[in-house]
Design a protein around this ligand. Structure first.
Ligand code: ASP
Ligand code: MG
Length: 413
């Protein structure tokens, strides 16, 4: 029997009616002769509520306890969905991440999946059951429960699709698919029928609401990922390898629009370390300890040195700022730098498109659009298929609208 992995996000299972709606969607697939493994997120905002609760009883909740607490959110939705499926006459079974064989490393709060032991899921599937798995969690060698990081159920779903060799992974959410920009910000944004893993990874890393690690896994194991709404049957977006190679004759080759979408990540903070001695080892001395503390650093800019010292600026997520500042303050002293300053309420706006590779003019066009809109650029970074500018957060929405228009993304291809 063919097999598909579905994933339902928190808004799709936010209340009893929505859970029943999800059950009937899964029921239809099972009845059509395709086996289903369904991965669910916690109901609505319940993960946020659990986090608030933890902080209301403890100043610094222990990471192990925090993970066990947060894992309960997904247990609620996965058991309720299983009950609803039984009421529709199906054989269904709920499994925790650990029962589903999801083994992770020990980094609480951002654990990575080492392997999936599929034996239990295979047994249940072979007996004709629908398997409902609690997303976003796994178990360590030492049998402690871990979570994969916020939004991690996407990654659970793609990992299960890869391990079970399912035909594809379908991610159901409250939007109809992947858009050229956030449709709440840009009303003219267009839904993409398909997008490549690389571009999707850049969009996800820079603001689109998918767990970036799920896209990486999809690319490595070549799992096609279909993103669509759980509230209607509108066709969604297929994330897969080399979409352009599928129908070359339908595209106008080099003349087609080469930008795929505009992404925006809010809540960006910038740290500048002043007067860093200009000698080998300084960047390593700064960034290694940050990495070891699990703080992920994004845009990094080092100025050319004057008087044998240089300034290094970099961005972190606003959520990591307090932890990053504590670390950097200590490091500034250790490496003999002049001091540090930080700035909050920044955003990263990015233009993404694999067609930009080897084509001049995209960066200058981005800067022109922002200049004409009187948006000041604080920092700039590029990859082969992305140009990002750090700007003030309050200007970000307008910048996204300007760029969407400036790159003619509102015009149909
Ligand atoms: N419930 C978790 C969160 O809100 C995981 C997920 O939604 O994927 O982050
Ligand atoms: Mg959630």
């Amino acid at each position: 029997m063919p097999l598909v992995v579905h994933k339902y996000g928190g808004s799709s299972v936010a209340d009893a009616e929505k859970i029943k709606n999800v059950a009937s969607r899964i029921s239809a697939v099972q009845k059509s002769g395709t086996g289903v493994v369904a991965v669910v997120s916690a109901m609505g905002d319940s993960t946020d509520e659990l986090i608030d609760l933890a902080h209301s009883v403890s100043g610094q909740p222990h990471p192990r306890e925090m993970d066990l607490l947060l894992s309960t959110g997904e247990l609620v939705s996965c058991t309720l969905l299983t009950m609803a499926l039984s009421d529709l006459g199906h054989e269904a079974v709920s499994l925790t991440g650990s029962q589903a064989g999801i083994h992770t490393d020990t980094s609480h709060g951002r654990a990575r999946i080492d392997r999936v032991d599929t034996a239990r899921m295979q047994k249940e599937l072979a007996e004709g059951r629908i398997v409902v798995v609690a997303g976003f969690q796994g178990i360590t060698e030492g049998e402690d429960i871990t979570t994969l990081g916020r939004g991690g159920s996407d990654t659970t779903a793609v990992a299960l699709a890869a391990a079970l060799e399912a035909g594809r992974c379908e991610i159901y959410t409250d939007v109809d698919g992947i858009y050229t920009a956030d449709p709440r910000v840009v009303p003219e944004a267009r839904k993409l029928d398909e997008i490549g893993y690389e571009e999707m990874l850049e969009l996800a890393n820079y603001g689109a609401k998918m767990h970036p690690r799920s896209i990486e896994l999809g690319a490595v194991y070549q799992v096609p990922i279909y993103v669509a709404s759980s509230f209607n049957d509108t066709p969604g977006t297929l994330i897969h390898g080399n979409p352009d190679e599928k129908q070359p004759e339908e595209k106008q080759m080099e003349n087609r629009i080469k930008v795929t979408g505009i992404a925006c990540a809010n809540n960006v903070a910038k740290i500048t370390v002043r007067s860093v001695p200009d000698k080998p080892g300084m960047a390593a001395a700064l960034f290694e300890p940050l990495a070891q503390s699990g703080i992920s650093v994004d845009t990094i800019v080092q100025n050319t040195s004057e008087d044998r010292t240089t300034d290094i600026s970099f961005t972190v997520s606003g959520d990591d700022l307090t932890a990053a500042l504590a670390k950097v303050e200590e490091l500034t002293r250790e490496i003999g730098a002049g001091g540090m300053v930080s700035e909050t309420n920044l955003a990263a706006v990015s233009v993404v498109g694999s067609g930009m590779q080897n084509t001049p003019g995209y960066a200058s066009r981005m800067f022109r659009v922002l200049a004409d809109g009187k948006v000041n650029i604080d920092m700039i970074t590029t990859s082969e298929i992305r140009i990002s500018c750090i700007i003030r957060e309050e200007e970000a929405q307008e910048a996204v609208r300007l760029l969407h228009r400036g790159f003619q993304l509102d015009e149909p291809e």
